[in-house]
Design a protein around this ligand. Structure first.
Ligand code: B12
Ligand code: SF4
Length: 706
């Protein structure tokens, strides 16, 4: 019977693998529904290790939204490490979900979330283990639809052959839309098979189906055109934009891991999108416009989330959290509210300004003042103008002085190397900045034991950004500049011991660059690398540049292109880019104009505070910037009416707390969950555990490791 748990066969293998706990599921707030009660079944994958994948916000959001549907079931799967992969193959076991330990191949949809391109080979492992043919065209009627989403899927062309469909942009409404179409199609007896299903999804503008588009090439290797091969699909599939984040306060009951993961805290997304306009930032460009959650929803989400999880740390997430119009009120309100509750608050500080320090002070009122992070990104002022990161050296020094004066002892600075127009001198100026920062810290604090960590990543040009046309710096150039910088810092006796230096060599960035701006021809490279053992390419110890290089030589060179051609080559304005037929809302001419402005070192302000620059997103997507002030208050959280999303949130949280210890086939009664949600008669947000709510943090944390 399909959907059966494999746990009995899997369990004997687990003592033989590293960290078996990552494969057993049963996390707080995880959900296992009866297979037969569901009409549409999703297996959701984060194609990386469990420890990275579990906290991923996007996947948790979709998991919860889908499971809230009475006739839908969603389970999660992550990449298995090579030790378990070998055992699964030896014992004939397939890729399985961690919730019900069910074979991934039994589901209707296999949804894969790509935050990074370096997860592509891991998707192939999962497909192969699941017994799903690698190529979409070879799949049969009983195979799941393979659907990709996430930021890296904004140029899915390198994986076009491996996926049936791609969701561009926000997934909340899209997954429900896809589910509706599948539900209706199945009820009608699956007319026309999977091709008809895909056509229905494409016609409804829910997904991009690569097989419905043909790519032709010019003799010099560049793309001639990408054209739809059916009349009933859009010429330019476009991204989904969730326009009212307050109506979608997910995740309401975040997962509480049993095994160690990269983050174990309650993450609350306070807004989506960013219009600061950093020219290198794909996340900022493709998630426009800014849509803030209002202060009351943020407060309610934290309240509900803490009670549903038992976490004692809250992170306010977004692409630039200090930019929320009401962040000051949020910070003070939360600090007041949780002052005596041993709940720590954090903000991924990225912007260099003294206000961030004020916020950090608020957040750490009762806690340690350990480290603050700022991201000037470019070493020299000139380069920061090129990338539109408007920070002067004076801003930085003033900000860190304030931080050190308030008792902070460590500052971490993020930079990139290999940026467009960069010279050795630009990179050497990172050492000057570090020196200034250390001096300012010593002056402001009166101590000598000041530390500054300089963390440097290689710049990778990304699709749908003003830098999508640039030639990427070769890894030799990046490595030489980083060596020069390291030697310079080490030779400087004044700061050598105070500055920690973290960087990676430039070679993984070149492969990320190939996958980010590649076209369909790169698919064969991915397959070859995978067949030759490529796994976990985001991990140093597993990544092999030589394997990618030789696969490129074998698969690309005979076609007249190469690794260099895809990465270090600058494109001209008119060249058809592999992702031009996919609409992220950004006007191509605007992106080009902004790239030219960059070369003129012209900065562009944030359209939140200035008139619109016509980047194209708002009119194309029918959306608008949504920012405060709202006139609302964070706390006390009262007056949220029954039937509001947040009451439903409390109810779901209450219901799902029961599944903390569920492993394998010990199935929680799904109807129970649904009844509480539908009834919307659960406890109000203001009700504590004593108010009849089942959100008892102690009950949840019993399943959480110490
Ligand atoms: C902003 C950001 C952060 C912020 C906020 C994170 C957040 N909001 O989740 C901060 C600074 C806190 C952060 C921290 C970390 N991050 Co981070 N982060 C990002 C970034 C740039 C965007 C993530 C984001 O906005 N998520 C918001 C959610 C809601 O959006 P989403 O995941 O894209 O999902 C939506 C849609 O895309 C879509 N969707 C997604 N998947 C799918 C799948 C299907 C089938 C469908 C239909 C739709 C769909 O639906 C979702 C809901 O709308 C990504 C890179 C990227 N471009 O995605 C890196 C990234 C995810 N982070 C990364 C890392 C390593 C980390 C840290 C571990 C760093 C560290 N050492 O501490 C931590 C871990 C945090 C955590 N909880 O997991 C890596 C992950 C690497 C990997 N191997 O997967 C990435 C990919 C960056 C990179 N290239 O290295 N991060
Ligand atoms: S269309 Fe205008 S307001 Fe909207 S994101 Fe672009 S520049 Fe900003």
């Amino acid at each position: 019977m399909s959907g059966q748990s494999l746990f009995a066969r899997l369990e004997p293998l687990l003592p033989r693998v590293r960290r078996p706990v990552q494969y057993v599921g049963g996390e707080g707030n995880s959900i296992v529904k009866p297979w037969d009660a569901a009409v549409v079944r999703w297996a959701l994958m984060y194609p990386d290790a469990y420890e990275v994948g579990l906290p991923n916000q996007g996947l948790q959001i979709l998991y919860e939204i889908l499971n809230e549907q009475p006739d839908v079931l969603a389970e999660r799967t992550y990449s298995v490490w090579p030790d378990l992969e070998a055992l699964l193959r030896e014992h004939g076991l397939p890729q399985f979900t961690v919730d019900g330990h069910r074979p991934v191949g039994d589901f209707d949809v296999f949804g894969v979330s790509f935050s990074t391109e370096l997860g592509y080979t891991n998707m192939l492992t999962a497909l192969d283990l699941a017994g799903i043919p690698l190529y979409a065209e070879r799949r049969g009627e009983s195979d799941p639809l393979v659907v990709a989403g996430g930021h890296a899927a904004f140029n899915p062309e390198p994986i076009a052959g491996f996926v049936d469909a791609v969701v561009l942009g926000d997934g909340e409404q899209a997954v429900l839309g896809i589910t509706d179409v599948i539900r209706v199609w199945k009820a009608a007896g699956a007319p026309g098979g999977r091709t008809e299903l895909l056509a229905r999804l494409a016609r409804r503008r829910l997904v991009y189906v690569p097989a419905f588009y043909d790519v032709t090439y010019r003799p010099d290797g560049r793309i001639q055109a990408v054209t739809a091969n059916r009349a009933d699909v859009p010429a330019r599939p476009s991204k989904h934009t969730l326009s009212d984040l307050d109506a979608w306060p997910y995740p309401k009951a975040p997962l509480v891991p049993l095994a160690e993961t990269v983050h174990e805290r309650l993450s609350v997304e306070i807004f989506r999108g960013c219009t600061r306009g950093c020219r290198f930032c794909q996340a900022g460009m493709i998630t426009r416009p800014v849509r803030e959650r209002n202060i009351s929803t943020v407060g309610a989400m934290i309240d509900v989330g803490l009670r549903a999880t038992g976490f004692n740390e809250v992170g306010l997430l977004s692409l630039s959290s200090a930019d929320h119009t009401e962040i000051g009120e949020i910070a003070t309100g939360l600090a007041d509210r949780y002052e005596n509750e041993k709940i720590s608050l954090s903000l991924p500080s990225t912007r260099v300004d003294a206000f961030n320090v004020t916020l950090a002070n608020e957040f750490s009122r009762n806690g340690r003042r350990s480290g603050l992070t700022f991201a000037p990104e470019g070493g020299s002022e000139r380069l920061r103008k090129v990338i539109n990161k408007m920070v002067s050296a004076e801003d930085l020094v003033r900000t860190v002085s304030t931080a050190y004066a308030h008792g902070w002892r460590q500052v971490k600075l993020y930079f990139m190397c290999g940026l467009p127009t960069e010279t050795d001198q630009d990179v050497l100026e990172i050492a000057d900045l570090a020196r200034e920062v250390i001096r300012a810290g010593r002056r402001a604090s009166g101590h000598r034991d000041i530390r500054c960590t300089v963390s440097i990543g290689g710049f990778v040009p990304k699709p749908h950004t003003p830098f999508q046309w640039v030639g990427q710096a070769s890894h030799e150039v990046t490595d030489a500049r980083l060596k020069l910088l390291r030697d310079t810092v080490r030779a400087d006796k004044e700061i050598a011991r105070a500055v920690g230096f973290r960087y990676h060599d430039g070679r993984p960035g070149i492969i990320e660059g190939l996958l980010a701006r590649g076209d369909r021809r790169v698919g064969a490279v991915i397959e070859r690398v995978w067949r030759e053992g490529g796994r976990f390419d985001g991990w140093n110890e597993h990544f092999s540049f030589e394997r990618w290089e030789s696969a490129c030589a074998a698969e690309l060179v005979p076609l007249g292109v190469s690794l260099d051609w895809f990465t270090t080559r600058e494109r001209d304005e008119r060249e058809v880019l592999a992702w031009d037929h996919l609409d992220a809302g950004l006007d191509r001419d605007w992106l080009w104009a902004d790239w030219q402005e960059s070369l003129r070192e012209t900065e562009l302000d944030d359209c939140r505070w200035t008139p619109c620059y016509d980047c194209g997103v708002c009119p194309t997507m029918g959306t608008d910037t949504q920012i405060g002030p709202t006139g609302r208050s964070l706390l006390p959280v009262v007056g949220v009416s029954a039937g509001s999303p947040m009451v439903a949130a409390a109810a779901v949280a209450a219901a799902t707390v029961q599944v903390v210890d569920v492993v394998g086939e010990d199935v929680v009664d799904a109807v129970d969950v649904v009844e509480v949600v539908d009834g919307a008669a659960g406890p109000g947000i203001g009700d504590g555990p004593a108010g009849g709510s089942r959100l008892d943090p102690a009950a949840v944390s019993s399943g959480t490791p110490a």
